[in-house]
Design a protein around this ligand. Structure first.
Ligand code: NPG
Length: 373
């Protein structure tokens, strides 16, 4: 058994979605995704790079992630001889940005080293968090689900009714100027007590400040949990101004890329809630730090989703067991997106070692596979 980091493998897979996924950013019928396999101390681990096929959610995208992983990140990591996952972010820090690619690599190393040590991921994250409860971490978390943009209000209503019937306790709707008050009003009328929130993916950015306040303020009567990322990624001041003029709590997603940006957003009053995605912030360990900071600042967090396969969903579930995750995350079951998932386990906080999932034979979905030793 080789000690330390052995081989790293990059697997580009393409999974068909059970139904098209439509957001303010576009329409997707297959999910192209990069899975990272790492061997540490002879144990195999998996991580998922959540970059999307197109650079429309963030500057990262699947082919770019494969390229930066192969040319820059994996060679640096190999040369840096990390003894465990704690060393990964520091070794990769000279490469700027590419947080989703870095996070996928760190997750694979973390999973492998925890498997080698016989430790469960959720337990490990609790040990790392200043607010963790290693002796009594939750065995399950409450999941919410995202409903995409539909062709009309009738289709939206039946999609929401279906998700509520499946048992989801919180629904997130996608909104943009022109598809906001009407869908929210119609869902609220049908489900007066439903925990409901909306995600704009920055689509209100082109409006002037008064029009933003009118559009987002028009959602105030519907008692939403939050409105997510109404403005541009880098417009923290704009979010602070908008938040001062509306009642619905503002949540940041795309805008929060690191612990430092979290501090800036909190100092500016840019948000009342933070969506934490380990990929967006460069890794699970940074996500734990952001969670800890938000918890001590009294800012609620929840775990976002990036249409992950079961590999990424397992790490999301482990993360979401931390105590600051007081709002339901985008932690829908595999069947929400996939007819067949890449893992065998059902969606519950995995109890096994590492991230706790077993990866099936990927060959039927594989676009390319590169082994970097
Ligand atoms: O459950 O994974 C999920 C989907 C949650 O809406 C969701 N994700 O902006 O947060 C987002 C959004 C998204 C993911 C948008 C991928 C575009 C691509």
């Amino acid at each position: 058994v080789t000690t330390g980091l052995g081989a790293v493998e990059l697997v580009h897979v393409r999974l068909p979605l059970v139904e098209p996924w439509v957001t303010p950013l576009g329409r997707m019928v297959d999910r192209d995704v990069v899975l990272v396999r790492a061997v540490v101390d002879g144990a195999e681990g998996w991580g998922e790079c959540v970059a999307q096929p197109d650079p429309t959610y963030s500057p990262e995208y699947v082919e770019g992630a494969l390229d930066v992983l192969e040319r820059h990140l994996v060679p640096r990591l190999m040369a840096g001889r990390p003894t465990g996952a704690d060393a990964v972010a520091g070794i990769l820090a000279p490469v700027k940005g590419h947080r989703m690619a870095k996070a996928g690599l760190e997750a694979a190393v973390l999973d492998a080293s925890l498997r080698a040590a016989g430790v469960n991921l959720a337990d490990d994250l609790h040990r790392r968090s200043s607010a963790g409860t290693p002796a009594a971490r939750p065995q399950r978390v409450t999941g919410g689900v995202a409903v995409g943009i539909t062709s009309d209000l009738g289709a939206l209503e039946s999609a929401v009714a279906g998700r509520v019937a499946e048992g989801y306790v919180r629904i997130k709707l996608k909104v943009h100027p022109g598809w906001d008050v009407e869908p929210v009003a119609s869902v609220r009328a049908a489900h007066p007590a439903l925990a409901l929130q909306v995600d704009a993916n920055g689509s209100y950015a082109p409006l002037d400040p008064a029009a933003r306040r009118r559009a987002i303020g028009a959602l105030d009567p519907f008692g939403l949990l939050l409105v997510e990322q109404p403005l541009a990624d880098d417009d923290l001041v704009g979010h602070a101004h908008l938040g001062a003029g509306v009642a619905t709590p503002i949540c940041l997603d795309e805008g929060v890329t690191s612990l430092e940006v979290t501090d800036t957003a909190l100092a500016l009053g840019a948000c009342q809630v933070v969506n934490i995605k380990s990929g967006r912030v460069g890794g699970l360990l940074e996500a734990v730090r952001i969670h800890d900071r938000c918890l001590s600042a009294g800012v609620a967090v929840w775990c976002g989703g990036m249409l992950e396969t079961g590999i990424g969903r397992a790490t999301n579930l482990a993360l979401a067991t931390l105590p600051g995750f007081s709002l339901p995350g985008d932690l829908s079951a595999a069947g929400r997106f996939w007819a067949d998932d890449v893992v065998t386990e059902p969606l519950a906080v995995p109890s096994g070692v590492g991230a706790g999932v077993e990866v099936v034979d990927l060959s039927r979905w594989t676009v390319s596979r590169r082994r970097l030793a």
